[in-house]
Design a protein around this ligand. Structure first.
Ligand code: PLP
Length: 405
């Protein structure tokens, strides 16, 4: 084992350069000590409603927790700071966040252009829910911005460009600035799902995107103990109104808000994102390197590998290459399933971004809803969410699973 890690290439190792100020903002933005008691950690305001000074005067602006709750607002301030913004909105799940943003900007007759290889749930939301409300979705190749340009020329009802980078599950990295520039030339709003990278590795708003969505269930929560989502917006104006007003209205009017307990857990997780992501990246790079030499592995996808199709974009756009690694197993789907079911440390599970390592078979698990479509992932593919355990133990575990007959 030690011999193998010694001889493994180290090319995928990240030169992690998280932006200056990130660590301090993560710990302090929105997280000031409680003014009443001095409690270092902002308390969990487990209350549905707030008493008022008078029928028209509120105490400190709080009226009812769907509209605003101090614990949720503290998390929203913290996340906004880390995404280089001032406006974040927290929801009960990533899907609720996506839905709020789409409702805020779309009408029947509009088209969404989505880069393929997106999260299975996003695919389901667009093709099974929004389709029934007269919103069409066109998928384009994430490796080909020319296809985006052709789709925009062909469909003048296109209003939203939806990209995810790195993509799920092939970890293709899109040039956010380039895709945004093309979308904006056609008056199209550019949304980036930043769940896989997290704000520690890239801030899409700084690259021109109009809105960022997160499943805070993943790296932001970071401990697989809370479900949540968020929308973060910059200064975009949509149909003459600030986008942040439109999203804030949806959050209040539709109401899929993050509760105080969940907001507390997300905020606690976010404080350590920087140090966690460092270990995720280091372990993932080490595992990706090692996998490239394994006889049972057909192909490895990791943006940090020089042979990855979009390594050059990742190296320039991201401060690190992330904690996800996918691989194609020699022997096809049957062999991939055996590997996924044979690890001991890697838990067989959907989801990602927690401190513990997870393994999944995307074609049947996360991407089941894409079966039979061009968006379906290869059936011999296995996805790893690499945790922060000792990397030697993770490699031993994978080696044993890959060599299972
Ligand atoms: C998990 C995930 C979502 C959906 O988030 P939930 O919190 O599960 O609702 C959206 N996008 C990506 C990239 C995800 O990984």
């Amino acid at each position: 084992m030690s011999l193998r890690t010694k001889t493994a290439r180290t090319t995928a190792r990240p030169d992690l350069r998280i932006r200056p100020g990130f660590a301090t903002d993560a710990v302090h933005a929105g997280q000031e000590p409680d003014p009443l008691t001095g409690a270092v950690v902002p308390p969990i305001y487990q209350t549905s409603t707030f008493t008022q000074h008078g029928v028209e005067t509120l105490k400190n602006g709080y009226e009812y927790s769907r509209g605003g709750n101090p614990t949720r607002n503290a998390f929203e301030t913290q996340l906004a700071a880390l995404e280089n913004s001032t406006a974040a909105f927290a929801f009960a799940s990533g899907m609720a966040a996506e839905d709020a943003l789409l409702r805020a900007v779309l009408r029947p007759g509009h088209t969404v252009i989505a880069a393929a290889e997106s999260y299975g749930g996003t695919h389901r939301l667009l093709t099974h829910v929004y389709s029934r409300w007269g919103v069409r979705t066109v998928f384009v190749d994430p490796q080909d911005p020319g296809e985006l340009e052709r789709a925009l020329t062909a469909d003048h009802s296109a209003k939203v460009l939806w990209v995810e980078t790195p993509t799920n599950p092939l970890l293709t990295v899109l040039d956010i600035a380039e895709w945004t520039r093309i979308a904006h030339a056609y008056g199209v709003l550019c949304v980036v799902d930043n769940t896989f990278a997290s704000p520690a590795l890239q801030t899409p708003l700084s690259l021109g995107a109009d809105a960022v969505v997160h499943s805070t269930t993943k790296y932001i929560g970071g401990h697989s103990d809370v479900l949540g989502g968020a929308v973060v917006v910059g200064n975009a104006v949509w149909e003459d109104q600030p986008l942040q007003d439109l999203v804030g209205f949806q959050q209040f009017a539709v109401g899929a808000v993050a509760g105080p307990q969940d907001s507390f857990l997300a905020a606690r997780g976010l404080k350590t994102l920087g140090v966690r992501i460092r270990q995720h990246c280091e372990n993932a790079a080490c595992i990706a390197d090692w996998l490239t030499t394994h006889p049972r592995v057909e192909q490895v996808f990791y943006p940090g590998l020089p042979e990855h199709s979009t390594h050059h974009i990742a190296a320039q756009q991201m401060s690190g290459f992330g904690g996800l690694v996918t691989l194609r197993v020699t022997g096809g789907e049957a062999a991939a399933r055996v590997v996924a079911e044979s690890t001991r440390l890697f838990g067989l599970s959907v989801s990602l971004g927690g401190v513990e390592s997870l393994i999944s078979h995307p074609a049947t698990m996360t991407h089941g809803s894409t079966a039979g479509t061009p968006q379906a992932p290869p059936r011999d593919l296995v996805r790893l969410s690499v945790g922060i355990e000792d990397v030697e133990h993770l490699i031993d575990d994978l080696d044993r699973a890959l060599l299972t007959p």
